[in-house]
Unconditional design. Sequence first.
Length: 158
Amino acid sequence: MKCREAKSNMALYLGHDLPDKSQWEEVRRHVSTCVACRVHYKRLKDSMSTLEKSQAEATYEVRSSIWPELSNRLDDQKSRPKLSNKTWLPMASVMVAALLFVAVMLQPAHNSHAPLNTSSKGFFSWDWSPAPAQHPQTEQDEAKEHDEDSKKLESVDL
């Protein structure tokens, strides 16, 4: 038996919680050969006797075991409905999507061709007047532009 296991079993034995008496026999054999565990056992025994002497009258009802009451409380907590990810995550997702939709819909239309107006309304106020109309290209202009693009692509080394 190792010292760690023996020390654990000593504490269980002194607290009257060691289930198997044969384990105590193993601890006794170990303690008879190990000085460090013998000193540990004496300290534990002294501590337990001091605690037993110092126990005053109980100010609460002493029961044989608190486990039945504790078990009932745990069962009650398990049976209570609780807000889980299955409940709030879909709701939160829908709310976020709705808020984003409303925020996007309330944004004014953005005209990328509108010049920046630095009038008295504010430094970053936009001039929302329509952009100047662009003249449609003729077929010759389109062909010329296409030729220029082709030349640029040919000049690029791959």
